[in-house]
Design a binder for this molecule. Structure first.
Ligand SMILES: Nc1ncnc2c1ncn2[C@@H]1O[C@H](COP(=O)(O)OP(=O)(O)O)[C@@H](O)[C@H]1O
Ligand SMILES: [Mg+2]
Length: 340
C-alpha cells in the first residue's frame, strides 16, 4: 500500500549538530536534488526524509520503500510495477512505487542492500526518471524527488566493490549525516520530556517528569539505539510505571545497567564530529564536481579549483576520499592510473 505521510512529528533538538541538519533541510527541501541520509539506526533518518518532503511543497505523495525487507524480484515489481502475467500471481497491471510517488517523493531506505541488478536499474531511473514495469515493454516516466538512506558507509562499500561507484556518485549529491544521540547528549532531556508528554497523553496518565535518579540514568546511558531507544525506554516507563514521576526502576535494565562508557565500544580513531563532517561535505562535493567536469584529471581539477595538485591531494586525504573507488566505473582506470 502507498504510505501517505502521516502528520510528521517535528525534528527536535538544540545541539549544533542537529541544527546544522535543519539548516541544510531548509536550503534543499524545495529543490529537486536527491538527498542521501546516512547515520546509525534510530537517529531520525526516516523522520528527516518526511520532513524534507513536508517542506518541499511537492503536491504528490511521500512513498517509502524499505529496500532490505523484500527479496530482489519482488522489490523490482514493488518499485517499478508489473504487467498482468509478468509472473505467477500477477493477475492485473500494478503500478509501482515510483509511479505512486509521481510529483511527490520516494524514500528508498536501506539502499545499501540493493542487489547489483537493482543498482543498475536504479541508476537509470535516477538519470532519466524512466522505467519499465516488470514484464512490460512500455516505458513509463515519473517526476519523483528521491531520498535515500543507509546506516552503512557507502564509500567503504564502493571501495570494497559491493556498491556501484557510478550509482554512489549519482546519489551522493547532497549527503546529510545524522548525528548519533551520544554525540548530542545535551538533547536527551529535551527529547525525553517530549516522549514523556506524548506517551502520558496516549496512556491517559498524569506523569509529570523524571526523578533525579532517573534523569541521571538517562543522561549517563550511551543510547546505541539512539532516539528510537530513548523513545521506547520512556514509553515503556510511562505505560508500566505507577507514580507521578518516572523512576529508575521504571527504566529498562539496558538503560540503567551500565554507564555510558561501558555500554558500547567507542569507534576507533578520532571521535566523530558530525558538525565538522557536515561542513566538510561542500568541499568534498566541489572536488568531486571539478573531477567529474575534467574527466577525473586531477591537474585540471586542481586548476579549476584554484589550488595546486599537492593541496588537492592533501584535501582528498583529509576528507578520506578514495578517488579510484569514487570515479564512475568507466573512468575508474583513469582515476586509478593517475593516483600515486
Ligand atoms: N530529532 C528528533 N526529534 C523527535 N523525534 C525523533 C527525532 N529523531 C528521531 N525521532 C524519533 O525516533 C524514532 C526513530 O527515528 P527514525 O527516523 O525511524 O530513525 P532511523 O530511520 O534513522 O532508524 C522515530 O519515532 C522518530 O520519530
Ligand atoms: Mg528508518
Amino acid at each position: 500500500m502507498p504510505s501517505a505521510a502521516p502528520p510528521a512529528a517535528a525534528m527536535l533538538g538544540e545541539h549544533p549538530a542537529i541544527r546544522a541538519v535543519g539548516d541544510v533541510v531548509g536550503r534543499i527541501a524545495a529543490t529537486p536534488v536527491s538527498v542521501l541520509v546516512t547515520g546509525e539506526t534510530g537517529t531520525g533518518k526516516s523522520l528527516l526524509a518526511r520532513e524534507i518532503h513536508r517542506k518541499s511543497g511537492r503536491p504528490g505523495r511521500f512513498v517509502e520503500v524499505a529496500c532490505g525487507s523484500l527479496p530482489e524480484t519482488l522489490l523490482e515489481s514493488e518499485l517499478f510495477g508489473h504487467v498482468a502475467g509478468a509472473f505467477t500471481g500477477a493477475v492485473a497491471d500494478r503500478p509501482g512505487k515510483f509511479l505512486q510517488a509521481d510529483r511527490g517523493t520516494i524514500f528508498l531506505d536501506e539502499i545499501a542492500t540493493a542487489s547489483p541488478a537493482l543498482q543498475v536499474r536504479l541508476l537509470r531511473v535516477l538519470q532519466t526518471m524512466q522505467f519499465e514495469p516488470v514484464g512490460g515493454t512500455k516505458t513509463q516516466a515519473a517526476d519523483v524527488r528521491v531520498i535515500l538512506a543507509t546506516n552503512e558507509n557507502l564509500e567503504r562499500l564502493v571501495a570494497e566493490g559491493r556498491f556501484r561507484g557510478d550509482l554512489f556518485w549519482r546519489i551522493n549529491v547532497v549527503t546529510i549525516e545524522m548525528p548519533t544521540l551520544r554525540d548530542r547528549a545535551a538533547d536527551v532531556p529535551l527529547l525525553a520530556g517530549h516522549f514523556l508528554r506524548a506517551a502520558a497523553a496516549r496512556a491517559g496518565r498524569r506523569v509529570e517528569g523524571f526523578t533525579p535518579a532517573a534523569a541521571a540514568a538517562l543522561a549517563a546511558h550511551a543510547w546505541p539505539g539512539n532516539v528510537r531507544e530513548l523513545e521506547h525506554a520512556v514509553e515503556r516507563a510511562v505505560f508500566l510505571g505507577r507514580g507521578g514521576l518516572v523512576d529508575v526502576a521504571d527504566l529498562p535494565a539496558a538503560v540503567t545497567g551500565s554507564p555510558a562508557t561501558l555500554a558500547i565500544p567507542r569507534p576507533v580513531g578520532p571521535p566523530a564530529c558530525t558538525l565538522k563532517i557536515a561542513l566538510a561535505h561542500p568541499e568534498r562535493q566541489m572536488i568531486l564536481d571539478a573531477l567529474a567536469r575534467h574527466g577525473w584529471r586531477r591537474d585540471a581539477a586542481a586548476k579549476a579549483l584554484g589550488i595546486n595538485r599537492t593541496t588537492l591531494y592533501k584535501k582528498v586525504k583529509r576528507l578520506g576520499m578514495d578517488l579510484a573507488a569514487l570515479a564512475p566505473s568507466d573512468q575508474a582506470s583513469t582515476a586509478a592510473s593517475v593516483s600515486r
